[in-house]
Design a protein around this ligand. Structure first.
Ligand SMILES: C[S@@+](CC[C@H](N)C(=O)[O-])C[C@H]1O[C@@H](n2cnc3c(N)ncnc32)[C@H](O)[C@@H]1O
Length: 177
């Protein structure tokens, strides 16, 4: 993380603003990476070993940012990863950084409005995406959850990682548990 970059904005509500993230990423060197909550593939591997033992699964990475998670997962065999983020800057930088990992894709997309078909993915990973549960953004959270449920395959899984909380949801019988 660059020295002149504030990690936390004055108001956490800024985390949902595309402009905030664009400005933040535009101040970084294009090759820089940062993993929120210091959680990298190494720390999350035990979770993936349990819930994603088959490396051929199709994975949607929400709000990928400039985390090393996707490239590290790719390098151990998870090749079918679709990374989305609403920052054009970070997607362009990460696409270039990972240009040799040819089966992985990088798409500018708002997670509140995913353009994928219903039941596209075997698993959805939300690592470090900041969703502050204040009443005014609950509606946004609901939109994301609704979209995730819609694009997740029957029997698919959602792996959600916050600072100290790991949530694994399974899509069974039309319900998320
Ligand atoms: C806290 S960072 C987490 C980045 C990365 N997943 C990690 O764990 O290091 C949140 C990321 O989500 C992206 N983001 C926030 N809201 C989004 C939205 N509505 N649609 C797409 N991306 C979003 C931001 O641009 C940022 O890259």
């Amino acid at each position: 993380m660059s020295k002149n970059l504030k990690t936390v904005p004055d108001n956490v509500i800024e985390y949902q603003n595309k402009e905030y993230w664009e400005e933040r990423y535009s101040k970084l060197e294009s090759h820089e990476t940062f993993d929120w909550f210091n959680k990298t593939y190494k720390e999350l591997k035990p979770l993936f070993d349990i819930y994603l033992p088959d490396k051929n699964v199709s994975i949607l990475m929400l709000g990928c940012g400039n985390s090393t998670l996707s490239e590290d997962m790719y390098d151990v065999g998870y090749h079918h990863i679709t990374n989305v983020d609403f920052s054009e800057t970070v997607i362009e930088n990460m696409r270039f950084r990972c240009k040799d990992r040819t089966e992985m894709s990088w798409i500018v997309m708002d997670v509140r409005d995913l353009t994928f078909q219903d039941e596209t993915f075997d698993a959805v990973i939300d690592k470090g995406d900041v969703w502050n549960p204040k009443p005014e953004i609950v509606e946004n959270v609901k939109k994301v959850v609704d979209e995730v449920v819609r694009v997740l395959k029957f029997d698919g899984k959602v792996l959600n990682h916050f600072s100290n909380l790991e949530i694994v949801l399974e899509h069974k019988n039309g319900k998320i548990r």
